[in-house]
Write a protein that binds this ligand. Structure first.
Ligand SMILES: Nc1nc2c(ncn2[C@@H]2O[C@H](COP(=O)(O)OP(=O)(O)OP(=O)(O)O)[C@@H](O)[C@H]2O)c(=O)[nH]1
Ligand SMILES: [Mg+2]
Length: 360
């Protein structure tokens, strides 16, 4: 069976940390110690791209950060269960110059690359809005309000200019708000603290952004802390210390399933307003064979996911039990179940609990 395709779009201004995150994401999940602990591993579909990412990481180890990005790149990663030959999940990731959100293109070629690139981002299942941790640290609430307003304006502008050109732009339905450079915050600072601050201080701006993205139910509920490396001011970079880069793929996977549940609930007229996510998921499981008929195309991977992971695993299964199920799946050669239960477990370990928080 071909792997499940997940498209992830990171939205972040120039310098927010997109390119370093990509290198750290790859490096962390190719480490033998990662495989040992999580029982899955990542491989770049294109080996040359994988080497480029590693090269970037090795330069980070020597204290050199990458230059600002100058073009649009698509990188695909396969997730394999330990000891099994087939990948279960393929993540498509995009890297591009963040100044596309801030400046006019330099020439007609760049205008075209930018138009195509931003449309591709919009087609993704999950969007990650990357708030620059260094700016938040120094500017506080004002930065977060600015970020939401600026991003809402840019999305609005993109929608209008595309419409004028006869194209309809879409935006991801599911969102994660992530704070980059979390190493600049105290060690006890968690995604839950970040969520509190955002909802307390920038709720009006958040509401406006939700309206522009037409994602009232899917934006502003998932929060992450990310640190690709530890780079304290006036001290040496420590590329071996990261936070949340190993939580990212599991968070994207679970967000995708949640998105499908929401779509399914919305398409059923008789659903009660108070129906919870898990009731929705349970319902979806009952007619999993017909799910593909009514879910939009980009959610059609969900019926496959639901065949392999039970609702209990998403809800409350303890980490030790998930790990036992994962090992059992590896022994049986069950590729999907091995990777999916491994990912759900990763959201519940200590790093996952600090780096990821969902408030509703
Ligand atoms: N403290 C800390 N600094 C970081 C981290 N990641 C990136 N930085 C800093 O942020 C700068 C920008 O990171 P990039 O990944 O190049 O930013 P980008 O979003 O790709 O920027 P563009 O390519 O211009 O869009 C780096 O040169 C580092 O100085 C991190 O995890 N922690
Ligand atoms: Mg970059």
């Amino acid at each position: 069976m071909p792997p499940l395709d997940l498209h992830v779009a990171v939205f972040g201004a120039s310098g927010a940390g997109k390119t370093v995150l990509l290198a750290a994401f790859y490096r962390a999940q190719t480490q033998p110690s990662f495989q040992q602990e999580y029982a899955y591993k990542i491989q770049a579909v294109n080996k040359a791209q994988g080497n480029r990412l590693l090269g970037r990481f090795y330069r980070l180890e020597e204290g050199t950060f990458p230059d600002g990005s100058t073009r649009f790149d698509e990188i695909e990663f396969d997730f394999f269960p330990r000891d099994l030959p087939e990948p279960a999940v393929r993540i498509h990731w995009y890297d591009y110059p963040g100044r596309w959100w801030e400046e006019e293109p330099v020439d007609a070629d760049e205008r075209e690359a930018m138009r195509e690139g931003l449309l591709r981002l919009g087609m993704s299942q999950v969007g990650i809005l990357l708030a620059d941790g260094a700016k938040y640290r120094s500017e506080g609430t004002g930065y977060m309000r600015w970020l939401f307003e600026h991003f809402a304006d840019e999305c609005d502008r993109l929608r209008r200019t595309s419409a004028a050109a006869g194209e309809e732009v879409s935006f991801p339905r599911e969102w994660i708000l992530a704070l980059s450079k979390a190493d600049l915050f105290p060690p006890e600072y968690s995604a839950r603290d970040f969520e509190r601050e955002v909802c307390r201080d920038a709720d009006d701006q958040l509401a406006k952004l939700c309206a522009v993205l037409r994602a009232e139910h899917a934006f502003g509920h998932r929060f992450m802390l990310l640190s690709s490396v530890a780079a304290p001011p006036d001290a040496q970079v420590d590329p071996k210390t990261s936070l949340g880069v190993r939580t990212l793929a599991p968070a994207v996977l679970v967000s995708t399933v949640e998105g499908a549940v929401r779509e399914a609930q919305a398409s059923r007229k008789e659903k009660s307003a108070k129906e919870t996510f898990f009731q929705g998921l349970r319902d979806l499981m009952q007619f999993v064979d017909s799910v593909d008929d009514f879910l939009p195309k980009r959610y059609q991977i969900v019926s496959k996911i639901l065949r392999f992971v039970s609702i209990k695993d998403f809800a409350s299964t303890r980490v030790d039990r998930l790990k036992r199920m994962r090992e059992d799946a590896i022994r049986r050669g069950d590729t999907f179940k091995a990777v999916l239960t491994g990912m759900v477990a990763a959201l519940r370990d200590d790093e996952g609990l600090r780096a990821y928080h969902q408030n509703q």
